[in-house]
Design a protein around this ligand. Structure first.
Ligand code: FCB
Length: 533
């Protein structure tokens, strides 16, 4: 059941120099309005342009039409859990603004919209199916299809029904089977119109950060429960993926169009000092807990032996029952990659002059890195976003190239989240000139294109996020949107970054159309149908 290649290091690889600086200048090093346009060179045919959100972050209506508490509703009531005492109760009111929000997507030229369904809306308390909840998503899907936008559905973006948490949450193996039943309920209602299904968003966060670090709901600081959550979410993924595929097979024509996958947040763990054995070991550990504990079981049906050894005292293997790894390793049609930053890692204490990274609240937290709690993340003195995350587009390129090199079973990749929080200013003329976010997005797109040129099979990009929203423990204090939301009036205004992204999409589509026109003359098949098979 294990994989003894502990040297499959994302750790060892990086396109960074020792200082972590990019080897070539990026727009973010010197960005002026004039420099901010990505050249319209060709993207692969059918490259999919989208944007992403998640139910708990935008919907609001937290207790309307039968919806009951998710763990985020309950967590928001814990004093000090969320910055500013914010809650997802109203969020940005998307539940009551679907037509307007889809019109915005259309205005931006989005080809796909990645959203999540809320389990606590579809099956409040994980009891019977709530028709009104499913009707909401059904209406959204219809609206998207009418606008010519591909719905890209995620089943779990962190909002477990609170009733299930009270029965042990993800630490309880039974929750995996409940997830399969919820997935079936959503598929039954939407499978006739939705072809792209993602089981989980970033299981690292909904296991280790939620159950060991205590920063995310349910806010537990129990290492063993976190490891159980990790394994049970893998199992839930496998059970749901298989159930959806079986159901699609029962309907004419659906199986061919069906695409099932999962989204992981992956990093490069860069050893701070590649000559120092402690840093190399720390990077191996973080690579293991952050990347390989997800990629290996999902793609290869194994857990990495070196990480199991790091977790010896927690007896991880006892969580893995006979048959689990086969159930987890389902064929997947795509892997979603979320990436915001990579990580400089050390096995030594932080230097004394280290400026502490910003934290959402002063509620006590633990390390999410079970068994490797001593690992530190020294600064590389790169520019940072408002989250304190280092900006390093080359990290995304390196990650994509390494995934391609290291995993023979890798399916096509989609960047399902990438974007940045900055402290936006609404100018007197009402415009939001968010040049830093614009540069961040364009530089990362450049990095994606370099990865494609180096052989990575990347087929789409979803910017995070379409709209400013409820940023989990940060509440409304951090804005990631390419569309600004006024949190009093809920009015939406496209930011300059949104306009820039719309231009990129338009140029890419124009270039594709021109090429298709030229190909038609010589009879070569091109376009989305040729690329998305
Ligand atoms: C990711 C989450 C997403 C959002 C971004 C900033 O980890 O998937 O919901 O919070 O970070």
């Amino acid at each position: 059941m294990t994989d003894d290649r502990n040297s499959r290091g994302f750790a060892a690889a990086s396109g960074l120099s020792r200082s972590g600086r990019s080897e070539r200048p990026r727009m973010s090093d010197d960005h002026t309005a004039a420099s901010l346009s990505l050249d319209a060179a060709r993207w692969p045919d059918g490259f999919l342009w989208g944007s992403a959100t998640a139910a708990a972050q935008i919907e609001g209506a937290a207790h309307e039409d039968g919806k009951e508490d998710s763990i985020w509703d309950a967590f928001a009531r814990v004093p000090g859990a969320i910055a500013g005492g914010d809650t997802p109760e109203r969020a940005i009111g998307h539940y009551h603004r679907v037509p307007q929000d889809v019109a915005l997507m259309r205005e931006l030229g989005l080809q796909s919209y990645r959203f999540s369904t809320s389990w606590a809306r579809v099956k409040p308390g994980d009891r019977e199916v709530n028709r009104a909840g499913l009707d909401f998503y059904s209406g959204l899907v219809d609206e998207l299809l009418e606008a010519g936008i591909l719905p890209w559905l995620t089943l779990y973006h962190w909002d477990l029904p609170q009733a299930l948490e009270e029965r042990g949450g993800w630490a309880n193996r039974e929750t995996a089977y409940r997830f399969r039943d919820y997935a079936v309920a959503v598929y039954d209602a939407l499978g006739d119109r939705v072809s792209h299904w993602t089981t989980f968003n970033e299981p690292l966060c909904s296991s280790l950060i939620a159950y060991a670090a205590g920063e995310h709901a349910p806010g537990r600081r129990e290492p063993r429960a976190a490891l159980a959550a990790l394994h049970h979410q893998h199992l839930a993924h496998g059970l749901a993926a298989a159930a959806i595929r079986d159901l699609a097979g029962e309907h004419d024509g659906r199986a061919e169009a069906l695409r099932v996958g999962i989204t992981l947040n992956l990093t490069n763990a860069i050893p701070d000092d590649p000559e120092d054995a402690r840093d190399l070991d720390a990077a191996r550990r973080i690579d293991g807990l952050w990347n390989r504990m997800y990629l290996d079981p999902l793609l290869e049906g194994t857990y990495p032996a070196d990480v199991l050894e790091d977790l010896r005292e927690h007896r991880f293997e006892e969580l893995v029952h006979d048959g689990d790894l086969a159930a987890i390793r389902q064929p997947i049609d795509f892997l979603g990659v979320n990436h915001y930053h990579d990580d400089n890692v050390s096995g030594r204490p932080l230097p004394e002059d280290t400026v502490a990274a910003p934290v959402p609240t002063d509620r006590p937290k633990s390390s999410p890195f079970v068994g490797s709690e001593f690992v530190t993340f020294p600064s590389r003195r790169l520019p940072t976003t408002a989250m304190g995350w280092e900006v390093n587009p080359n990290g995304l390129r390196d990650l994509l190239v390494r995934l391609t090199a290291e995993y023979p079973a890798l399916p096509p990749l989609y960047i399902t989240e990438n974007g940045a929080a900055y402290d936006d200013v609404v100018d007197e003329d009402g415009r939001i000139r968010d040049l830093e976010r614009e540069a961040y997005i364009l530089d990362h797109l450049d990095a994606v294109r370099e990865a494609i040129a180096a052989g990575a099979d990347v087929r789409g990009y979803f910017v995070w996020s379409l709209l400013d929203n409820f940023e989990w423990a940060w509440g409304y204090a951090k804005r990631f949107g390419i569309v600004h939301v006024d949190y009093d009036s809920l009015e939406r205004t496209v930011k300059d970054s949104g306009r820039a992204y719309a231009r990129v999409i338009e140029q890419a589509r124009d270039a594709e159309e021109r090429a298709a026109g030229a190909a038609e003359v010589v009879g070569v098949p091109t376009g989305p149908a040729a690329a998305h098979a």
